[in-house]
Design a protein around this ligand. Structure first.
Ligand code: GUN
Length: 288
């Protein structure tokens, strides 16, 4: 079975839109998401464009703030402070990565946790880790939501998370572990894990988030496993109009026949990530 993230995201955005219509009818204003984009990274440009489009689909107001990549750290921190203070803005994101001369962590920590709809602020990360109300980062939340909507049981299952990044691997493992979310037995694998293939083969649910195109091969997957592919590497492809295609972390053609369910790239996790950002923004607007 193919897990269709695009269709699921579309359905959830329609549900959000219905909520927004109700809010407006009750005299509230539209939820408002602001996005800060620094420089001209191709991937970041695409993500931010899609976030703005998703706002329109959900009936949100959106603001895109663009800066050249020579903006100083001080100036960017001022942008963040202004958004924190702006009562019209319910939530905002600073698209990562940032140019090297800017301390990313310092910028993330400057965001008001109540407006941190990415869930990247240490206060949200910490609250998430101990199961308190917070903004949960969008990619892991999107994966959990997909599994729920496709009735994939996680409770008591063996989940392997491939990758330990702060924005996907670590929060994914935390959520899968927690009783009120995944309630699973979790293994986190990374570049220095021994017997990595064998560990993957044990997993009922394998979540690949290492950013290495087609890393997960057929022999690394158990028959009947559920495979979630978070990878979105641009690989050169002369047959495509843009000269590249998006390649996941999973060797899809070889792995798919063995799986009970698998997410494609594109059209799997990616659309869900943006959709969960919308859900977090709605939550931020409601909390104010
Ligand atoms: N860069 C890659 N993914 C993300 C994301 O979810 N949010 C932000 N702000 N930057 C990113």
């Amino acid at each position: 079975m193919i897990i269709d993230g695009k269709a699921t995201a579309k359905a959830i955005k329609a549900e959000i839109k219905t909520e927004v219509d109700k809010m407006l009818a009750a005299g509230h204003r539209r939820p408002h998401l602001a996005a800060v984009l620094v420089g001209h990274d191709g991937g970041s440009e695409t993500y931010v464009k899609n976030k703005v489009l998703a706002c329109e689909e959900c009936g949100f107001e959106s603001t895109l703030l663009r800066y050249e990549d020579d903006i100083t750290e001080e100036a960017l921190l001022k942008v963040v402070a202004d958004l924190n203070a702006n009562a019209d803005v319910d939530g905002f994101i600073v698209q990562l990565p940032l140019p090297r001369h800017i301390d990313e962590q310092k910028v993330v920590e400057a965001i008001d946790p109540r407006k941190d709809v990415d869930g990247f602020h240490p206060q949200n990360v910490g609250r998430m880790a101990i199961g308190l109300p917070c903004f949960v980062s969008a990619t892991p939340l999107g994966i959990l939501t997909l599994l729920q909507r496709y009735n994939v049981e996680t409770r008591g299952k063996k989940v392997a998370v491939l990758g330990r990044s702060n924005i996907v691997g670590k929060p994914m493992a935390q959520l899968m572990l927690q009783k009120q979310y995944g309630d699973a037995t979790v293994t986190v694998l990374h570049s220095h894990s021994r017997n990595l293939a064998e560990e993957c083969r044990q997993a009922d649910i394998l979540i690949a988030a290492i950013g290495q195109p087609a890393f997960v091969k057929e022999e690394m997957v158990k028959e009947g496993a559920v495979v979630i592919d978070v990878g979105t590497t641009r690989v050169p492809d002369a047959t495509r109009p843009k000269g590249y295609r998006l390649q996941g972390d999973v060797d899809f053609d070889a792995v798919a026949p063995k799986c009970a369910a698998i997410t494609p790239v594109p059209g799997g996790v990616g659309p869900m990530t943006i959709c969960m950002l919308m859900q977090n923004t709605l939550l931020a607007a409601k909390r104010r």
